[in-house]
Design a binder for this molecule. Structure first.
Ligand SMILES: NC(=O)c1ccc[n+]([C@@H]2O[C@H](COP(=O)([O-])OP(=O)(O)OC[C@H]3O[C@@H](n4cnc5c(N)ncnc54)[C@H](OP(=O)(O)O)[C@@H]3O)[C@@H](O)[C@H]2O)c1
Length: 260
């Protein structure tokens, strides 16, 4: 049989397509969020890409396969009830929310100020809840949706100089279950991806230190740190009909870090 004769089973393809869907991705200007926006777009979704850095957002928009709208906003201070209204008027209602924007300020406990604590908890934990709550009524009206939060190895265990970050990500794991409890009955599946170590601006301090990077890689079962492309499949999967009976879960994409 020649390669030309190979066809994709349409029912199987329908499980993973995001054609006709609109996805909001926060943190789309960089790192994991940027990669998720591109992966969702490749699967057919129209993207509402949210971040503060306008130039970086413009660059991401050019990489999208299926178009979308950039929203420049500081989510830590924005009015979350109105921040997406203009974009949604252009794209149509939102089916998928990736709550990916986040910070890790890497401060020793003694140096954490009330401001840095509040910023970390706000952006990493509070914003995902309130942004989701803004979008849930629309998803309910349409009979369902997908919410994908970003947890962390620090949802499970502590690392040095990350008390506020760890508290926020422990919260994200529980927020994900609570969202699932509240909204899954309306067809809204709420899950989190728990990345291991991926090279982004947020983990520059980790990857700049060769010894630390190698120690983290050795701690995985697979024997390497993550590549951003390792997140493509899980993002599309959790956003797609293939994951319609999966909710309230934290799916670790960590090369087996948490298993070992
Ligand atoms: N990299 C890893 O190994 C790893 C592991 C576990 C979990 N995570 C999580 O993955 C998520 C993405 O992080 P990353 O590694 O991709 O880091 P990153 O490259 O630094 O991206 C962080 C994103 O958050 C956005 N952001 C930060 N503050 C914001 C604010 N006030 N308002 C709006 N957007 C804001 C940034 O956009 P602007 O700068 O344009 O505002 C950027 O797009 C975070 O939740 C992080 O905790 C990462």
């Amino acid at each position: 049989m020649s390669d030309d004769a190979i066809t994709v089973d349409p029912a199987q393809a329908a499980l993973f397509t995001l054609e006709g869907k609109t996805a909001v991705v926060t943190g789309a200007s960089s790192g994991i969020g940027r990669r998720q926006a591109i992966a969702l777009s490749r699967a057919g979704a129209t993207i509402i890409a949210v971040g503060r850095n306008a130039d970086a957002l413009d660059a991401v928009m050019k990489e999208l396969h299926n178009g979308g709208v950039a929203v420049q906003a500081d989510l830590a201070t924005a009015d979350l009830s109105g921040v997406l209204a203009e974009a949604i008027a252009m794209t149509g209602p939102v089916d998928i929310l990736c709550n990916t924007a986040g910070v890790n300020l890497r401060e020793p406990a003694a140096d954490i100020s009330r401001e840095s604590w509040d910023l970390t908890i706000n952006l990493n934990l509070t914003v995902p809840f309130f942004l989701a709550r803004e979008l849930v009524p629309g998803m309910q009206k349409r009979g369902g949706g997908k919410i994908i939060n970003i947890a962390s190895l620090q949802s499970e265990r502590a690392f040095a100089n990350s008390m506020a970050y760890g508290a926020s990500k422990g919260g994200v794991a529980q927020l994900t279950r609570a969202m699932a409890e509240a909204w899954s009955g309306d067809g809204i599946c709420c899950n989190a991806i728990g990345p291991g170590f991926f090279p982004t601006a947020l983990t520059a301090a980790v990857f700049d230190n060769e010894e630390t990077a190698q120690r983290n890689a050795a701690q995985t079962a697979i024997g390497r740190n993550g590549k951003l492309s390792d997140l493509d499949g899980v993002t599309v999967f959790l956003a797609s009909a293939a994951a319609d009976y999966i909710t309230g879960q934290v799916l670790y994409v960590d090369g087996g870090f948490t298993a070992k």
